[in-house]
Design a protein around this ligand. Structure first.
Ligand code: PLV
Length: 329
């Protein structure tokens, strides 16, 4: 019996098919139908479980003994969740600035937690060192073809639900795993012509900087409060995708991302972190309308899909703190 359960645990994906909800409030703001792809209701609190879950399952099949993941929080929670389901030990390395409730959640999932450095890139260096141990496998939060393959499942679900392609798809970019996965998914369903609006916050805008320079750029520091977007360098594959597909890269201020989090909470009664607020700000800050006026998006969008990527790095107290830091009332 135990064997059967373990077998099932490796065969079935760990993510769920998420709801695609039409949002009355966001549709009012955008002037067209806005659908929310609700990744915030995934088992580990964000879309990350799609790709990370798939990656960990494949590594388990290959005889991995211990998973070690560096993370801004959400990828780590996804890896710890996957490890628990696979019956494997996991170590998650987070920056020292990480929220205590994320550390508690990780320990609750049975993971060992290490804190290293001020930003994700430094935590990642530690994770790569640990991964040299025998039987240990490094889990990137965003940079692996299996992760993109897992994330692509999101687009298959969109195709199943919508049947016809949306006018535009809006998503947040950190290290670019979601972008690379969504691009792969669009290709797989024949929707490669659907434009993507890739949202970052200033101070975590590594894709935008790379596109401007035409090559990978390493930001000097992460100054944005959207720590889950805080990779200093975007994945090479994400830059390629941004050049190969119809990708509009946009940067919003922290204050717009946090204000979007607050408005989304009031409109939809869902609390997401600023990383996700960056995507929502494309609607709330009137950016889509601006892009339409500039001719960078069609003036008549069939519909808008916003990937509500979710995130665990938030609670009512943290939102209050962010608002007071950024001078919101
Ligand atoms: N967060 C990664 C990388 O952090 C992590 O370790 O959890 N929205 C949310 C809620 C996220 O957690 C992330 C990634 C993103 C968006 C961006 O996804 P990506 O990295 O695939 O572009 C440093």
């Amino acid at each position: 019996m135990e064997g059967t359960l373990a077998g099932r645990a490796t065969a079935e994906p760990f993510h769920i098919t998420t709801p695609l909800l039409e949002s009355w409030a966001l549709s009012q703001v955008a002037g067209t139908t806005v659908f929310l792809k609700c990744e915030n209701v995934q088992p580990a609190g964000s879309f990350k479980i799609r790709g990370i879950g798939h990656f960990c399952q494949e590594m388990a099949k290959k005889g991995c003994q211990h998973l070690v993941c560096s993370s801004g929080g959400n990828a780590g929670i996804a890896a710890a969740y996957a490890a628990q389901r696979l019956g494997l030990p996991a170590t998650v390395v987070l920056p020292e600035t990480s929220a205590p409730q994320v550390v508690r959640r990780l320990r609750g999932l049975g993971a060992q937690v290490q804190l290293a450095g001020q930003v994700w890139d430094e935590a990642n260096t530690r994770a790569l060192e640990l991964a040299r141990r025998d039987g240990w496998v490094y889990v990137s939060p965003f940079d692996h073809p299996l992760i993109w393959e897992g994330h692509a499942s999101l687009v298959l679900e969109l195709k199943e639900a919508l049947k016809t392609p949306p006018g535009v798809l809006v998503l947040a970019v950190g290290g670019g795993g979601l972008l690379a996965g969504v691009a792969a998914g669009l290709q797989a369903v024949g929707w490669q012509h659907v434009p993507l609006v890739a949202m970052e916050t200033r101070g975590a805008h590594c894709l935008h900087a790379a596109l401007e320079a035409g090559r990978l750029i390493t930001l000097p520091d992460i100054s944005s409060v959207a720590k889950s977007l805080g990779a200093k360098t975007v994945a090479a594959r994400a830059l390629e995708c941004a050049q190969e597909y119809k990708v509009v890269s946009e940067v919003v201020e922290d204050t717009e991302a946090v204000s979007a989090v607050q408005r989304f909470l009031d409109d939809e009664r869902m609390l997401v972190e600023p990383a996700c607020g960056a995507a929502l700000a494309a609607v709330y800050s009137g950016l889509l309308g601006k892009l339409q006026a500039q001719g960078r998006l069609s003036p008549s969008l069939a519909s808008v899909v916003v990937i509500v990527c979710g995130g665990n790095n938030i609670d009512s107290g943290q939102l209050q703190l962010l608002k007071s830091q950024l001078g919101h009332s």
